[in-house]
Design a protein around this ligand. Structure first.
Ligand code: FDA
Length: 310
């Protein structure tokens, strides 16, 4: 029920304005989002890097269908890569995270070609700044196209990463392909509601599939990016790293900004590479409501703050 209310709220801008104006709710938004301006993201990123964490920046936006908006998004990423370089963050401690649907992937038959072209532009600017790039994975209808685009980008920019969702039934085979290619692979559980025909539905099955994918990635030539907050999966990945002789240069942990921050610092202090996924930009509202919907405790915390501030 709460989830349905949140998904309803996510489509209504008046709720967004309300959230921004109320001090208590603004504080909760700020827990998950760096801010609306690029400078906010650079400031938050600098603080994380000072704490020995790496960062993946996500200029928020998805499912764009306006060609001008798509070009603006591409240009914002290009400008942001330069801003990172100017701010002394132009190195592998910084990564850009791209959603191809924000770059026109779904815009008709030539959408994937357009998105590839825009992503290439961004990769070129990122590469000049020494910054990495990884492609987010969106719903299952775009998986083939995203993997094709990632393969094309790796020809010129071999360090381009791509996310794989353990929940999808196809993912063990995709992990096997990607490890043969020696790719950087961000392994996630999967954030989209998908039909049974393509995705595992039980959490325990998704967790088992995650471990299976981890084993493939750690044993092979991939560079695993272990993107989960799940304590059990984090300790299995540490064990696999030991078994396969991988140190902090051979894999990394990734977590979301504002989620299990103590654990992020603990893993980094123990000598691991830990990268924080840092979202920013004016289009923060959909991402924020997804984070609330993901966890009932967040929603309750949020509702309590609202009633207390009223
Ligand atoms: P799980 O949901 O089981 O959570 C484990 C524990 O983590 C919880 O018990 C809680 O303590 C904590 N936790 C998790 N989520 C929380 C939240 N929102 N608030 C507070 N605590 C929380 N998905 C996708 O489909 N495509 C993508 O490209 C990406 N990219 C991505 C990058 C990075 C760096 C991360 C960490 C995640 C993604 N995801 C994603 C999201 C992913 O698919 C998944 O929805 C979330 O990470 C939650 O799953 P966990 O693996 O953390 O486990």
């Amino acid at each position: 029920m709460l989830r349905r209310i949140l998904l309803f709220a996510s489509r209504h801008d008046r709720v967004r304005t309300f959230l921004q104006t109320l001090p208590a709710s603004r504080a909760i938004v700020e827990r998950f989002i760096a801010g609306e301006a690029a400078a906010d993201a650079v400031a938050a990123g600098s603080a994380l890097v000072a704490g020995r964490l790496s960062v993946t920046y996500n200029f928020l936006g998805e499912y764009a269908d306006d060609p001008q908006q798509i070009v603006r998004t591409r240009d914002a990423f290009v400008a942001f890569a330069r801003l990172l370089e100017d701010g002394g963050l132009g190195s592998a401690v910084s990564e850009l995270s791209l959603k191809l649907s924000a770059l026109g992937q779904l815009l008709g038959a030539d959408g994937p070609a357009r998105a590839l072209d825009h992503a290439r532009h961004i990769c070129a600017a990122a590469s000049e700044a020494g910054v990495l790039v990884t492609l987010d994975m969106e719903d299952h209808t775009s998986t083939d196209s995203t993997l094709d685009i990632a393969r094309e980008l790796r020809r010129d920019f071999p360090l381009t990463g791509v996310a794989i969702q353990a929940a999808l039934r196809r993912s063990p085979a995709d992990c096997a392909d990607l490890q043969r290619a020696g790719a950087r692979v961000r392994l996630v559980k999967g954030a989209y509601r998908e039909p049974d025909s393509v995705a595992l539905q039980r959490r325990s099955d998704v967790d088992r599939a995650y471990v299976r994918c981890l084993r493939t990635l750690f044993a092979g030539d991939a560079h695993p990016l272990v993107a989960t907050h799940d304590p059990r999966l984090i300790s299995i990945s540490a064990e696999l790293a030991r078994r396969h002789g991988r140190d902090a240069t051979g894999f990394e942990h990734q977590m979301l900004f504002g989620v299990r921050s103590d654990e992020q610092r603990r893993l980094a202090a123990a000598g691991n590479t830990v990268r924080v996924y840092l979202p920013f930009g004016p289009e923060w509202y959909g991402y924020f409501t997804r984070r609330l919907a993901e966890r009932p405790a967040n929603t309750l915390f949020f509702l309590r703050a609202l009633t207390q501030s009223g």
